[in-house]
Design a protein around this ligand. Structure first.
Ligand code: T4K
Length: 380
């Protein structure tokens, strides 16, 4: 079966060398030398400052929200609200809810699939503390408009950049926008450390606060300065990250071949995500938007018969999940978030991510391309 993705496995000997060094040093976690080396190398590779490694991309979001102080609502009983996109992986919104905040969903741009800044202003209330957009499938959000809005309305901006490893916008790292950006280094991502993640802060003081938070708030042998949690990256994760980073160009080249083969064969035949002008390609995903959900189900079934496991990233549209909903008392009021979601619901019902990973051969995806094109021709 050709699955939607497959983790990148680096040269075994390289990994073994890092593991041997871990055994010699007998240092496994808690800000070890490999974690420090990976931090420096990622800052250089990504062209960013103030990068903090953490144990996964979900904790990266939680720590970023905490370090920026958006969960605290002094003097107010109701939870802080954060405006976010319903078209994303569950972790973007569940991490807000988990931290006691209320995600408020506003609709996406149906072409770029990212949060549409035109919808944000109307959703701002006295309880709104932040905006949490997602660079979905590695495409750049309208960072200029969103950052300007955040500044004008006194809101923090945290970009979920889980898919945006290495992405740039107008020649600058996409991860350098906002008050913070987060990354996921899960095994299924183009860059991974088995599990892992990172936060890139705009300000050094936020990085320092977060650094304490990920180690229980401990700052010395007998000093616990503030409330914290355990979100540290361990040495085995860092070792995998270093090895995957050593081979990142090979990985990207291989993905690029498949990505461009899909694009060439499918452009004009099926709707594709519109990349924002000025945004680089990082070959993280290859989504196709089909005519309807019934066409999608048919395509998925035929793909499966031919040995392809495509995935419905991201379905369902998150505003439909009751457990993410507004507090009960507020349901009595006019619900001003749900009815506004149209594009996310529509796109979520008919978008499919095709298999894409390093090592997949262009010849292997031809049958998948044929199925998608064939179904399109029939529908036309
Ligand atoms: N924000 C956004 C926007 C995200 O997309 C994510 C994660 C996060 C935040 C949170 O970051 P983390 O806390 O996860 O670091 C996967 C990933 O688990 C998840 O990291 C990712 N987004 C999401 C989009 O996809 P699933 O449920 O699709 O994973 P799974 O296990 O079905 O794997 C997909 C395919 O990969 C399988 O069909 C087979 C292949 N696979 C997978 C694994 C784990 C392998 O061949 N080997 C493996 O070891 O969620």
């Amino acid at each position: 079966m050709i699955t939607v993705t497959r983790p990148y496995f680096p040269e075994r000997q390289n990994f073994d060398r890092y593991v041997d060094a871990i055994f010699e040093r007998r240092w496994l976690t808690n800000h070890g030398p490999l974690e420090q080396e990976l931090t420096k190398r990622l800052e250089t590779y990504l062209g960013v400052k103030n990068l903090l490694l953490v144990s996964n991309g979900t904790l990266a979001l939680q720590i970023a929200y905490r370090a920026l102080g958006i969960a605290r609502m002094p003097g107010l009983y109701e939870p802080a609200e954060v405006i976010t996109t319903p078209f994303t992986f569950i972790a973007t919104a569940s991490s807000l809810k988990w931290e006691g905040m209320q995600p408020v969903f506003t609709d996406i741009d149906p072409a770029t699939l990212c949060l549409d800044p035109a919808n944000i202003d109307a959703a701002i209330t006295p309880r709104t503390r932040a905006i949490a957009p997602v660079h979905v499938f590695g495409n750049a959000c309208d960072v200029e408009a969103i950052d300007a809005l955040g500044e004008a309305r006194g809101l923090k901006v945290i970009y979920d950049g889980a898919h945006a490893f290495g992405a740039t916008y107008r020649g600058r790292s996409l991860l350098s926008y906002g008050d913070a950006s987060t990354l996921s280094f899960h095994a299924t991502k183009l860059f991974h450390s088995i599990e892992g993640g990172a936060i890139i802060f705009k300000r050094k003081e936020d990085l320092e606060r977060a650094r304490k938070m990920i180690n229980f708030g401990i700052t010395g042998p007998e000093c616990i300065e503030e409330l914290g949690i355990n979100a540290k990256m361990n040495e085995f994760q860092a070792a995998m990250g270093l090895c995957v980073l050593d081979e990142i160009e090979v990985n990207l080249e291989s993905r690029a071949l498949v990505w461009h083969a899909y694009a060439q064969a499918l452009r004009g035949n099926v709707q594709l995500q519109t990349r924002r002008i000025g945004a680089s390609l990082n070959y993280a995903y290859f989504p196709v938007i089909l005519e309807s959900e019934s066409v999608l189900l048919d395509v998925m079934q035929r793909l499966e018969q031919e040995g392809f496991m495509a995935r419905r990233y991201f379905c369902p549209s998150l505003e439909s999940l009751a457990f993410l909903g507004r507090p009960a008392a507020e349901h009595q009021e006019e619900d001003f978030s749900t009815p506004r979601i149209f594009h996310s619901k529509d796109i979520a019902s008919r978008i499919l991510c095709l298999p894409l990973y390093a090592g997949l051969e262009v010849s292997e995806i031809l049958a998948a391309v044929r199925i998608v094109v064939d179904r399109h021709v029939k529908a036309a």
